[in-house]
Write a protein that binds this ligand. Sequence first.
Ligand SMILES: Nc1ncnc2c1ncn2[C@@H]1O[C@H](COP(=O)(O)OP(=O)(O)OP(=O)(O)O)[C@@H](O)[C@H]1O
Ligand SMILES: C[C@@](O)(CCO)CC(=O)[O-]
Length: 534
Amino acid sequence: MTQRMMNTVGFHADAEHGHGHGQFNPYISSNGNSNGNGHLQEPNGHLNGSSGVTLTLTNGTTNGNGVLKPVSRPSHDRRKSTPMMPTFMVSAPGKVIVFGEHAVVHGKAAIAAAISLRSYLLVTTLSKSRRTVTLRFPDIDLNHTWNIDSLPWDTFSHPSKKKYYYDLVTTLDPELVAAIQPFLANISTDKSPDLRKVHQNSAGSFLYMFLSLGSQSFPGCQYTLRSTIPIGAGLGSSATIAVCMSAALLLQLRTLSGPHPDQPADEARLQIERINRWAFVYEMFIHGNPSGVDNTVATQGKAVEFQRTDYNKPPTVRPLWDFPELPLLLVDTKTPKSTAFEVAKVAKLREKHPKLVGAILDSVHKVTKSSADMIEQLDFDTNSEESLKELGELMTINHGLLVSLGVSHPRLERVRELVDHEGIGWTKLTGAGGGGCSITLLRPGVSREKLDRLEQRLDEEGYEKFETTLGGDGVGVLWPAVLKNGMDEDHEGGMEIDLDKFLSAQGNEGVEKLVGVHGGVGEREGWKFWRVES
Ligand SMILES: Nc1ncnc2c1ncn2[C@@H]1O[C@H](COP(=O)(O)OP(=O)(O)OP(=O)(O)O)[C@@H](O)[C@H]1O
Ligand SMILES: C[C@@](O)(CCO)CC(=O)[O-]
């Protein structure tokens, strides 16, 4: 199977956007300024906070078509007159790490690319009288509702604790984490202890972000998530949820401008940066010590070289615009793992053998940098055996180093063995390891017969192979949730995606058909993305 890299430059015809059912307009209204740092300033010179009551310059109304129009209004009557938001949707892609997983947690470089498997989050605003917030994650059988007014807003909004949508949060505050605990106690009491833990973790991540960004005046709402990404397989499933949640909350708070056609790349970059910062907070709650590479590529899409040397500062993210169309085979061992567990294992090994493990991590860094140099060279050719062999050898070295860190798994080694035996290509684990997925760079000109034999063996041994393209779009917005999907469309040629339709879509195919950002043939009208490629 061959994966195709999408064309990353000029992929979208902007002229096509902004038509149809609702263009999501920037909220930087006529009375709003940017302070040069990209922070919105209120007319009195104060920074615009993140709560629902600080919308002086970002308040909007809809024109009945779901199109948001910026308006300025005195702040005292704002909340009363804020109209109900239309149901909308956000989506973010999974990823593969091509080089550098684990080392990236310790300040080294990694290369990651977005894949076409995605998560989709439907955001439904409830009528004013319904003061509840619900998480509905059917993929993991989670459905929980809180009363908004009972949540610990006072603790989160205390001046010593309060965070704003533009803040960089690099650690979780233990007091805030503790304040959430009572609200996790009665979640999924009827489920197995392991599943319950997963639910409490998801709910905790959500509450931390919701309470940090929101305020008690937040409208009642429901967040419903479906994903086409296998969970815990090393494809960044948790990061996609983090990014969807972050984008959804920031959109609800009207703190994002766009996405819209003709948005300057710098402005788009700022929005992406804000979404990414809060997605990182969500990931910290799920993983403990994430590097941020997963949420970065899920937000920005395409392919990136990522490095975070100082956790108190934003990471260095270098987009790899010309990331090549690599012929990759992606195999899921169907052995679930926990990223948090694998990351902690490497940290423990490093504590025990600082010099040795330090040298391994340095070697991974060198492999990553060499591969970045290689794929950016003009003479790198994905049809040339020589180019692929050079890159493949780096993958083999990277995998060997990961094995020595203890994060492989017999099922991953079995894939490598089968591929090596047939001489089909070069294999490494991708993501956290301990199970999950592997990637194989396919040698050009391998016979169909050999490939069939490999696929049959993988099938017999309970592996699943994925077809995906690399380098697709990052976080996307469908505002309102109306889409041309070739199904049961209304007279304007769009279908309103409601909760029932979303929940009853059958499997990954059903989800893709109903709401997918790509309807099989290129991008669907309706979905919009922040354009950062320049
Ligand atoms: N479809 C989903 N619905 C709800 N929660 C999900 C979904 N997919 C992932 N999650 C959350 O993400 C967690 C899995 O995250 P984990 O980091 O272990 O795996 P991953 O993100 O798939 O892999 P990696 O981090 O190695 O790329 C789950 O326990 C759950 O909390
Ligand atoms: C294992 C790891 O490097 C990648 C997980 O996809 C963890 C991280 O970067 O947060």
